[in-house]
Every structure is written in structure tokens, then in C-alpha cells.
Write a protein that binds this ligand. Sequence first.
Ligand SMILES: [Fe+2]
Length: 337
Amino acid sequence: MLIVQELIFMRKISERKRTASSGRRIFIASQETRQARSLREMLSAAGYQVERLQKDRGFPGRLQEDPPDLIVLDSDFPNVETTEMCRSARMISQARFVPLLMLSGSMDQSGQFLAMKAACDEIIFKPISPSRLLVSVRSLMRLRDLSDDPEHLTMAFHILMRTAQSRDPEMMGHAQRVAHYAVQLGRALGLSMAEIQQLHSGALLHDIGKIAVPESILYKPGQFTHEEYEVMKAHPLLGADLCRNLRPDALPLIRFHHERLNGSGYPLGLVESSIPPIVRIVSIVDVYDALRSRRPYKVAFSVDRSLEIMREETDRGWWDANILTVLEECIRAGRLH
Ligand SMILES: [Fe+2]
């Protein structure tokens, strides 16, 4: 009943909004006829042109031929198949940046993780109300419009930062401190102005991928299960994907800030010279601030204890010893406050 009332309400709203949505094309990939019909009804009522595709019947061929403004993937398929459909859409250059919205009945955490890894932009869970669907459709289309227009990239960047701030103020406080520390350390290491600017944006955005990590994992006080840790470990790649158009210069810092010199880091297990110095700076100040801060699973350590832990980790081959020495000099000189 609620859904019917919402549909009537959204139809009224759509009369006023038709200009914004008319001419916009949405492909629905769904195997289930009733669900596809209901989606078509909701979206057509809001003024969108809707076309239904099915796996092996139009999907993914139509994406290449005539890419739409948005893809809605109704995922009543097994996890692997859904992920494969996401990935195959992303392999098509014409559809690479088309927003992909997934509708899911019941998807476990590993399914969600696989979908996000396959570059799905948003997942909504069923039952789906017309208003919930349209909010996501409009916001994904708006973001796409912004990312198509270089003049709007700064605005999109600020929207992203505000989203992160409202979801997790503590994470943004950490990001701002890491950016401040990275700039101070970069200056002490004699980096150029361009490198300092790159450090600043990379450090500010390094954990932005955490906005795609479920809160149950993000704020978990105890130890992660193997599966949860895998979801958490995806945040550098998710973040780099989010920022691919916004801040290309920040991408290596976002993607690689959890790598360690001895190859024991993630997501790629890079070693030594394949980790650029500018990334090593962000990794070191990220760890320093994490040690100095209280987290759901630990207390805040003192400056001395934090440096002691980092020296032990450097001996294990994780961090750059020279950069750590300069960090310590900066701290002792009071330049990191
Ligand atoms: Fe991180």
C-alpha cells in the first residue's frame, strides 16, 4: 500500500521534474519480467526512457551500441553472475563511466564486496520504493553530469568530501591531520610545490573509499573476520575508483597508502622501488596518526610509544627508515601540531 501511495506521489512530483529527466535513458538488466515491469513503471512515471535488457539478450551488446545514462542491474542472480555482469559492463569503453545501480534481494557481505569491486556505484535492497529508487537514480545521474564537466569537478569533490564528513566525522578529522602532517613532512624532505599539492590532495582523500565500507565493519570494536577484513582491504581501490576523474594526481596515494616496502601490504603487495616516495610519506603519517588516536579497538598511544612501534615496524621492513627519521625530527621540533 505504501509503495502504491509513493508511486502516486512520485507521479505528481514527476510532472514538475519531467524536464530534468526527460530524454534520459535507463537500461534495466533484469531476468524477472514482473520486477522489470514494475521498475519500468516507476522510472517511466518520472520521465525516463526505459529499455529492458536481459543477459545474452541485449546485455552487454546494447551498452556498446548505444550507451544509456544509467544502468539498473536487478541482481536476482547468484553473486558471481551479478559481479560478472558489472564487470562486463565496465569492460565496454562506451559504458565505462555510466553509473551502475544494483538492486538486490539478499546479498551477503562477500557479494556486496564483489559488486563494489566490480565498480557497481550503489546497491539498494528490496523491497524498493519509487522514492528511494528515484533519489538514487537522480543523484547518480547528477554525479555523472558533474564528472563529465571539468568545470564542475571541484564542486563534485566538495560534495564527496561533505558526504564523507557527514558519514564519518572522525575519519575526516584523521584525513585532515594526515594531510597536515604529510605537507609538513614533504616540506622537511624538500619536495616541490607540485609534489606538496599532490601530497595534500592524496592525503586528504586517502581513506575516501571507506564511505563504501558497511558501518558494521567500519566501527567494529573487535577483530575482523577474514571476510570483513577483505571488505576493509578494498577501500584503497574503491577510493581510487571514486576519485578517478576528480583528482587523478591523488590516485597513487589513495591506491597504495597501505602498501609496505617488504611486500606485506595491500592491495597489490608492492615492494621497495615500486612504492613512490610520495606514497611512503602518506603511509607513514597515516600510521602515526592512527597510533596517536583512539580507535574502537585501541587506546591512543603517546608520541614516544607511537614512534617506538613504528621503529619496530621499520625494522620488520614496513616503512622507509629515512622518512621516519625526518618525521621524528619534525615531531621533536614541534612542526606537526
Ligand atoms: Fe586506509
